[in-house]
Unconditional design. Structure first.
Lengths: 501, 144
């Protein structure tokens, strides 16, 4: 009872509500800009939190974290420009919906799904943080490697018409991730003497190039009609429907539930992040969907899965952070700084002697997800009008934003040229049926997969199979990989047998 | 078989094989041989997939499938776009973001057929102000 009274007292502070509002609105604006991420915004506002109350400070930082992922979905859906890497999967389903005149519906579903994913992860954080945190202690190099491989099985869902081409692009992505300094041996690989390549190919410039610049190039094919807007070119009307009807909601219940759980679990895994959560949630939803043929061409179900998955990671990543000081994602690592500034040391004390502060922060995080839905739905009707702007105005503006967004990551012009190179590559990849999404996924997972494998080879001391098969979580992961690969193959064989009969 | 009739998958596979072989040979120059293990595994995988793609492409060519080549007429706009963007980036490197953008935006909009000068001016100034407020004032970014 006393705990509840102290929590209510914390929320009587105006600073907490201002922090909540700044975090949600600021996070959505930053997230919508290509190249800018929630992590950047969290890092920049960290010094400001010195002078704030602990609850207000942490609520603001966590609100930015979750709202940035949601903001990133707006540009992904309307402009095929993922605002953050976690929204790359959203662009695949969201943009085709925009071309069909259902952009408002896509943005509305994205806001709702993000809020649901974030809220579920907040409840997980509140209710079961300490026992769930023990799982992250059991993860080591072999598990990291297998999680990366499991993530790569998603490529089958992204490959479009040709699984062979999709797998080839996934492997090209894995190879591109080897460029730079090897994290295990420290050797420079494929740097050609360039200092800039010592850090490898940065994921965000590659992402902006593959999705944004290539899309601009594709829009320039019909440059004679560039004065038409996206809606005019696709002969679509901008729809007025924003959210599914109450009677339609049960259709998405299973997607929301499964994607939330996937996001929370992925979030608990150290270093995974929203990128992986959204891809795995998308893949699993597609595999079990009754409308598989809609995926890749504008599926609300697929969109819901991506956004629920990536926002559910936010709370999940805070679980090992707050209990064990192990950040579950790169953004969570920055929030650790915020916790330490306020004198909140991760561990058992957070949930015992400092419980009023901790639980106030977690409830504030849950409220930020709810506020985010309302703010998102309120601005959706206005933001979606961007598709009525003529391409002759929109395309140069998008290019300018894309280039400054690429530059902003490391204040490096090299990243700008990487963006342009990937844009050029991405245009031809799209034309020849080579999946950009598979390449990006390989690039995202490559470093984790390699470091996990190489370290586990050292840890195995020669008995690799025995080492992997002797770890229970590895067995579970290997079974999941097998099912993820074998499932579609068996379905394909079964459907062919049925056709022959 | 005429070169123009060969399916594009064959060319994609062949290009990937060439690059994969070159990069595989470069792994012999790594100071620590352990650093070459993972790239070699990936490159062998790429070579295997590429060979399968070449075979697939040749099979499609024999069956008379369309080559899948992009018509040259369709490439004019995209190539002009990428040249413009490259020039924009080069000018940005020398003159900074705001000057290069003040050149690129009006020229780009005009080239794409926009003739409303108020819109061109308004968008250029508006974007520059927005970028200045967000990136320079709020995010304290050192601009190019």
């Amino acid at each position: 009872m006393e705990l509840i009274q102290q929590i209510i007292a914390n929320f009587c502070s105006v600073q907490v509500w201002i922090g909540l509002a700044v975090g949600v609105i600021g996070g959505m604006v930053i997230g919508a800009m290509p190249g800018l991420s929630g992590g950047m915004a969290i890092a920049l506002l960290l010094p400001v939190t010195y002078s704030m109350e602990p609850v207000a400070a942490l609520v603001m930082l966590m609100a930015i974290y979750t709202a940035a992922m949601t903001g990133g979905s707006i540009s992904a859906i309307l402009l095929h420009t993922p605002g953050t890497p976690a929204n790359a999967a959203t662009a695949i389903e969201g943009y085709p919906l925009t071309l069909k005149g259902r952009g408002l519906e896509a943005v509305g579903m994205s806001m709702l799904s993000s809020g649901i994913g974030g809220l579920v992860s907040a409840v997980a954080l509140l209710a079961i943080a300490p026992p769930l945190a023990k799982i992250s202690l059991m993860f080591s190099a072999p598990e990291t490697f297998l999680i990366s491989i499991f993530g790569l099985t998603v490529i089958g869902s992204l490959a479009g018409n040709s699984i062979l081409k999709g797998l080839l692009m996934g492997m090209v992505g894995l190879f591109l991730a080897t460029i730079g300094t090897d994290s295990v041996t420290g050797v420079f690989r494929y740097t050609f003497g360039l200092d800039r390549l010592m850090n490898g190919i940065q994921m965000v410039p590659a992402l902006i190039g593959l999705f944004t610049i290539s899309q601009v190039m594709e829009n320039c094919e019909d440059y004679r009609n560039a004065n038409k807007s996206l809606m005019e070119q696709s002969n679509a009307e901008l729809g007025k429907k924003m959210l599914p009807k109450l009677s339609e909601a049960p259709k998405y219940f299973w997607t929301w539930a499964v994607s939330s759980v996937i996001g929370v679990v992925v979030g608990i895994l150290p270093g995974a992040g929203g990128n992986i959560g959204s891809w795995i949630a998308y893949d699993q939803t597609k595999k079990h969907s009754k409308n598989k043929e809609e995926f890749g061409k504008g599926s609300l179900e697929g969109l819901a899965a991506c956004e629920t998955g990536n926002n559910a990671v936010t709370g999940g990543s805070m679980i090992p952070l707050m209990t064990l000081s192990i950040p579950g994602s790169p953004n969570a690592a920055i929030i650790l700084g915020g916790l330490l500034i306020q004198g909140l040391v991760p561990g058992a004390k957070l949930f015992t002697t400092q419980a009023p502060t901790t639980y106030s922060i977690l409830i504030g995080f849950a409220l930020s997800n709810i506020l985010m839905v309302f703010v998102g739905l309120a601005i959706a009707k206005y933001v979606v009008n961007v598709v009525k702007i003529p391409n002759s105005i929109l395309m140069p503006v998008v290019v300018s934003l894309a280039l400054i967004g690429s530059y902003a990551i490391n204040a490096s012009m090299f990243d700008v040229f990487v963006t342009i190179a990937f844009g050029f590559l991405g245009y031809f990849m799209n034309k020849y049926g080579l999946s950009s999404a598979a390449l990006i996924l390989g690039l995202i997972l490559g470093k984790n997969a390699e470091s996990g494998l190489m370290l586990s080879l050292v840890m195995a001391k020669g008995d690799v199979l025995g080492y992997y098969f002797g770890r229970p979580i590895c067995l579970v992961l290997m079974a999941m990989i097998f099912l993820s690969v074998a499932g579609p193959v068996f379905s394909y064989i079964r459907s062919n047998v049925k056709k022959e009969k | 078989m005429k070169l123009s009739k060969i399916h594009v998958n064959t060319w994609i596979g062949a290009i990937c094989i060439v690059f994969a072989v070159i990069f595989y040979m470069m792994t012999g120059q790594f100071i620590n041989p352990d650093a070459a293990i993972w790239p070699r595994v990936i490159l062998v995988g790429i070579i295997i997939m590429s060979v399968m793609l070449v075979i697939n492409g040749l099979g499609q060519s024999k069956m008379g499938a369309e080559s899948g080549a992009i018509p040259a007429e369709l490439l004019k706009g995209p190539l002009a776009c990428v040249i413009a963007v490259v020039l924009y980036a080069i000018v940005m490197n020398f003159t900074g973001y705001f000057v290069s953008t003040a050149i690129f935006l009006p020229l780009g909009m005009y080239a794409l057929g926009q003739r409303n000068w108020k819109a061109i001016l308004g968008v250029t100034i508006g974007l520059e102000v927005f970028i200045y407020i967000l990136f320079v004032t709020q995010l304290q970014l050192r601009m190019p």
